[in-house]
Write a protein that binds this ligand. Sequence first.
Ligand SMILES: [Zn+2]
Length: 139
Amino acid sequence: MTTTSKPRPTPRGEEAAYFDAAREHRLVFQRCQSCKATANYVRAICPTCGSTDVGIEDSAGRGTVHAFTTQLLPGGPGFADDVPYTLVLVDLDESFRVLADLVDADHDQVRVGTRVEVLFDDVDEELTLPRFRQVKEAS
Ligand SMILES: [Zn+2]
């Protein structure tokens, strides 16, 4: 184990709702009450129509890999023990995207379109990070 710490998210304003929900093991997204567009992160104004009538909904936490990259070299000194690791851009079934890392994965098996599901990593008492794992298909 290294003593170098990883960078931490510093959510501000409406972004805090995403991390507050993650601490409760909920993956949330924004849905505009005017035009029904979805967004992530949560904002004060709908990025599609400009309405301030926005709400927060819970996701079922399942989606497909839209894009991915496997890091063979650490992205910073705090990640030296993690390589190789895979970052995935996930299209959630509710039509919003999340960038996170893929855990418990066979990095050679990840493809665009791979089905994934969220899990919650309680980093410490103040921070929980949503991560994803590959959905194991029934055989
Ligand atoms: Zn809207």
